[in-house]
Design a protein around this ligand. Structure first.
Ligand code: FAD
Length: 684
């Protein structure tokens, strides 16, 4: 239930420290640098684990700020939000509080790849995060800029590694010491802003970059490999200046689905939600982009930008002559602005105005704030352990955009896990890891630390090889119990609720399994359902639920004495029934791959025309490198285990494979063909 009351913002601000001299202590277990999406989750998680924690951030008012799109979740990203929530993080509940337009993306596909998403009210989101941090025991928030990271020199006789000692703030001489420091400086590390031909130092519009001292310590003293990436944001448009009658109306879902497992409903009532609108670019947009290219520094630079959230300049240059989607999204309940998703741009402001006016719905539009680009340093994440600790520096943890990712959800997920491990390090507890088989957070961290990044990394469901079991609906069962019993970051309230859900689901599934009846009896009970199984077969309630036109409610209406107690879980039971066989099959496939390490790959494979289930990014890498074996393909940077499954199936399917080891019997080939065929019908 959403019962939380927000304190009013002014009284809240009095309760946090704006100056270091107000701090009651100069020694903390954990210091978190940066109050963005990674930093807020890290600070709250460290405190939940039991560490005395200090969050230092440049401006208290920007804690929880949404630098770009006011939205949360989506395909792959929504799974991360659910997992952060299952581990008692903040962003899911903040999304339920601040959401003003809720949708489940990908609804036409299977529930494993549904993408819970919400358009947010920026101010409400910030207020919620700020009030949560205030209410977190053992957490102090300080408004300041960290000037320097303090580390000890490595002692060759001991670990041979640096060790974190604390931080020094800008304009302060004394240090604040800590056992662990979590850096979450986002786009602020050596950040530069770009609009047209103008460049200025900055981490985000209106915010100074992170100090040069911090970059110096990471590069020069710790010798970390640093790369450079870029991203951008669209101009914000004055709502009243847009003719929305010329755009397609996209209403939200009739019943908002909360992100948080603790919430039964969202703050925004169904009828209070705001719509989004869809429109398209015109040839005039492409013309303005081309004519202003020579005035656009950001786009001319080779630095890599986000492939999946590209600027309008990159989109029209890469796909000339195409109509590109532009979503017009509300920025908040009382905001006068619209966010034009798809129009991130860095040309001079006068050209930005010309460009947006080439779109019919915006032919008289006014720009409130021009779009801009940002370039920033990131730390190559292969230098981190799965606990997100820098391997060469004890007690130093990194999370968020500083690790080469893009997006609030990716940042929040890493932040939570880095915060947990920073606290455990400080409290002399062993590190904890999440595997690829149990969570998207595990997939994200494993991709980062084992493969690194060559461009801003974002989450997709295709990156997870076990995605039919890593579903948004079951994140609590996968993570909340572990979060309480092994990790220590989950409250007893949430744990008790997860136990209740687990026990009820188990009881309900047992009740469904014991309902074993002949097909003839089922046909009599459910005359409108076409039951295809052989006449003498016995089918359980779980088997019946696998039929697309059978709902739990139908079964409960036939057997109320067994099932009506579980109607609260009807959707979850339906999903469990549908996915159970696929999850078992998927596990077997991964085991099969591990055995096929030495399988040779034909050198004439046309990787670029591989099935579309494999991303363009993966196909490009395979085409460039042309690995000789499946094992070599698995070790390539950017190749996910999910892509390996597709590659293996493809090679088998076209019959081009050559083996370097082992022989397969005809019977085995038959059963693999069968597996391929069944795989093709897996729900996505
Ligand atoms: P941030 O949210 O950036 O937070 C960093 C925090 O660290 C800030 O609060 C800052 O004040 C603080 N800080 C920095 N240095 C110091 C210091 N020395 N001392 C104290 N505090 C410090 N994501 C997408 O998914 N799609 C997009 O299209 C997209 N476009 C973007 C465009 C722009 C212009 C920007 C700026 C970001 C964009 N993002 C986009 C990225 C998204 O905002 C980030 O991925 C996300 O906010 C990263 O979270 P974070 O916690 O790592 O960093």
């Amino acid at each position: 239930m959403l019962t939380k009351k927000l304190p009013s913002l002014p009284s809240f601000l009095l309760l946090v420290s704006r100056r270091a001299s107000h701090l009651t202590r100069q020694q903390y277990d954990v210091i978190v640098v940066g109050g963005g999406h990674a930093g807020t989750e890290a600070a709250a998680a460290a405190a939940r684990v039991g560490a005395e924690t200090l969050l230092v951030t440049q401006k208290i008012q920007t804690i929880g700020a949404l630098s770009c799109n006011p939205s949360l979740g989506g395909v792959g990203k929504g799974q991360l939000v659910k997992e952060v929530d299952a581990l008692d993080g903040l962003c899911g509940r903040a999304g339920d509080w601040a959401g003003i337009h809720f949708t489940i993306l990908n609804r036409r596909k299977g529930p494993a790849v549904w993408g819970p998403r919400a358009q947010l009210d920026r101010q409400r989101y910030r207020e919620f995060i700020q009030s949560e941090l205030l209410g977190t025991p053992r957490l102090t928030v300080l408004e300041s800029s960290v000037e320097e990271l303090l580390v000890t020199e490595p002692n060759p006789e001991k670990t041979g590694r640096h060790r974190v000692a604390g931080i020094r703030l800008a304009n302060e001489t004394h240090a604040i010491s800590a056992s662990s420091v979590v850096l979450t400086t986002g786009t602020f590390l050596s950040g530069s802003l770009f609009v047209g031909q103008t460049t200025s130092p900055g981490g985000r519009i209106g915010d100074a970059p992170s100090s040069a001292g911090l970059s110096h310590t990471l590069k020069e003293r710790l010798g970390l490999r640093i790369g450079r990436l870029k991203t951008g944001t669209p101009p914000r448009i004055v709502k009243d200046s847009v003719d929305l009658s010329l755009a397609e109306l996209h209403p939200p879902d009739g019943h908002p689905t909360p992100f948080s497992f603790l919430n039964t409903h969202t703050r925004c009532k169904p009828e209070e939600q705001l719509p989004c609108y869809l429109t398209y670019t015109t040839p005039g947009v492409e013309r303005v982009v081309r004519e202003s290219l020579h005035l656009n520094c950001h786009i001319q630079q080779d630095t890599k930008g986000p492939r999946y959230c590209p600027s309008i300049e990159s989109r029209v240059l890469r796909f000339p002559g195409r109509k590109h989607q532009v979503w017009l999204e509300p920025e908040g309940v009382t905001s006068d602005l619209l966010y034009p998703q798809g129009l991130s741009m860095t040309m001079p402001p006068d050209k930005q105005l010309c460009l947006i006016r080439e779109i019919p719905a915006m032919h008289r539009a006014e720009i409130h704030t021009p779009g801009y680009g940002v370039q920033y340093d990131f730390v190559c994440p292969t230098q981190l352990s799965p606990a997100l600790q820098v391997k060469s520096t004890q007690g130093l943890f990194l999370a968020g955009q500083i690790n080469g990712t893009t997006g609030y959800e990716e940042a929040a997920a890493q932040g939570l896990w880095a915060g947990v491990n920073a606290a455990r390090w400080a409290l002399s507890m062993p590190p904890v890891a999440l595997s690829r088989t149990e969570s998207y957070i595990g997939v994200l961290i494993d991709d980062l630390v084992s493969r690194g990044v060559t461009e801003p990394y974002r989450m997709f469901t295709s990156r997870a090889e076990f995605r039919t079991s890593l579903r948004p609906d079951n994140a609590d069962l996968r993570l909340t119990l572990k979060g309480f019993e092994e990790v220590g970051c989950v409250s007893s309230l949430r744990y008790t609720e997860a136990i209740r859900v687990r026990d009820n689901l188990q009881d309900a599934m047992e009740a469904l399994e014991t309902l074993a009846l002949s097909t003839t009896t089922w046909r009599k009970k459910l005359p409108n359902i076409h039951i295809s199984e052989n006449k003498n077969t016995s089918l359980t309630g779980m088997n019946l639920l696998q039929y697309s036109d059978v709902s739990f409610e139908m079964l409960a209406s036939v057997f109320p004495e067994y099932l009506s107690a579980y109607s609260e879980f009807s959707q979850r039971l339906k999903i469990e029934a549908v996915y159970r066989p696929h999850c078992d099959l998927q596990k077997k496939e991964i085991e099969r791959i591990q055995k096929e390490e030495n399988m040779s790959l034909p050198q004439d494979i046309d990787y670029l025309s591989l099935p579309v289930s494999m991303s363009q990014e993966v196909r490009d890498i395979l085409n460039r490198v042309r690995p000789s074996t499946l094992g070599a393909a698995t070790r390539l940077q950017g190749i996910t285990p999910a892509a390996i499954v597709h590659l293996l199936n493809y090679v088998r399917h076209i019959g081009q494979m050559e083996r370097t080891q082992g022989k397969q019997t005809d019977q085995k080939e038959d059963s693999e063909e069968e597996l391929c065929a069944r795989n093709a019908s897996l729900p996505q």
